[in-house]
Design a protein around this ligand. Sequence first.
Ligand SMILES: [Mg+2]
Length: 268
Amino acid sequence: MWTSRLQHASRVLIASDFDGTLAEIVPQPEAAAPLPGVLALLRRLAQQPRMRVALVSGRALSDLQARCPVPGCWYVGGHGNESSAPEEPAAHPAPHQPEDHVRIRHQIKTVAAEIQRRAAAWPGVQVEAKPYSVAVHFRQAPQWEAGIQAAFSELAASGAYRVMLGRQLAELLPEGALTKGLAVHRLRTRLGCDLAFYFGDDVTDEDVFSFDDVHVIGVKVEHGEGTGATAAAYRVRSPTEVLAALRAIEQAFLAVGEKTLHFSAVQP
Ligand SMILES: [Mg+2]
């Protein structure tokens, strides 16, 4: 049970995806905003001395920071490839070196131009070039899904890229790019947290749920799509339920804190 694990944890990381998890899914990605109450709650959690808060998204780091401003929060963008926290030098596998970042960004720029060119044949889709990936959003034009997937598979077959399929989007990442799973694991250890909760709703979040780290409790957001396969320990049905779960964690956490205070007060 998560409550007893929370009781025994000395420092807790609350980590979450953004789109479809703390924000409702909207037709235009640029219109996504945190659910009312989310920012205030995350700000409260981030102020707890024994708690750390992190947002982990496929969005570019700067976009994520601007969209969900929480003082003291740690931000990870680009599915784990852009972080507001410097990498641990001893991390394994070894973190990307500055020359790797330059190479990857150049590689992405080149392939983004190619995808932009092909997108002329897919009216209604939106191409988003991020620093470490290229995403094609087809929510407004689902008829192009098969064509987009075929084009992405062809580009991936060169061996330099891997394809990620999300909710109404296809994304191309350089082979060797980090995943959310590794990013959350690293952040948890780096911040000295012996327990982490991770909330997410999409395929890339499964990288966190299935990552070999027993200290991370996964919570999958299902959006009424039924009980799809997930490696997460818990399921909720909507961002509203994520907010409720976060409030429950806050309450349980504060109750533990009070008990500890009370206990220390009766010590001689
Ligand atoms: Mg999401």
